[in-house]
Design a protein around this ligand. Sequence first.
Ligand code: 6PG
Length: 248
Amino acid sequence: MLRGALGPVVGELEVVSDAERLAQAAADRVVALASAAIVERGRFTVALAGGSTPEPAYALLGEQPLAQEVDWARVEVYWGDERCVPPDHPDSNYRMARRALLGRVPIPGENIHRIHGELPPREAAAAYRLELQDNLGVDGRFDLVLLGMGPDGHTASLFPGTDALNEGEHSVVAVYVEKLDAWRVTLTLPVINAAHQVVFLVSGEAKADVLARVHAGEPLPAAMVHPVDGQLTWLVDRDAASRLLPDA
Ligand code: 6PG
């Protein structure tokens, strides 16, 4: 594993050799952060990333030996974003996490706080704002926000050129993504940047160009993730880092 600072983007860069080791490193990191948060604060609040990259890490967390290392009764699961689809839809981030992890571990149902993608988008966003307000505690800080990154530099559902990027008041908004012709519900930068820990998971050659652009300081959405009083880690595999550290 290669560690280093990430140029203009504040954060720690950890490069692992391939996608399989990335999943393992991510799952190990979640276990470690969960244990630390439960010791320090009595519980672990995590916002899961959607998309495909995190799925193998969730699967590792859902099986032994890692599953038994987490006190699931003290874990509160949220999502960084959701597609505006029902919970059993193939595109649902909740469905992906339930199949890979949540349906396989003894986490109480009331600890699973999904975004209700089946509602009208703005209603789903307003409901989730209340969910965070009622459950995240007075400081409204996640212990961990897991994020992926698209080839265009989007993260969660904060896409380039969308108003959601400039949202400074609401913790959750609904956003219509022109290029996808689809509505999404997403956490906004203030609540992401309030987290104790933010970990990006980036894998594959297809992300190499955008990772280098983020590293070079281009103002892409993912480059706007700067935890105010928390730690940022980029967990990437060698293919994704190939333009960043050519000899990686
Ligand atoms: C989503 C995610 C999104 C994702 C990136 C990367 O709902 O799709 O929140 O931000 O993390 O698009 O997706 P992949 O991991 O599939 O490349």
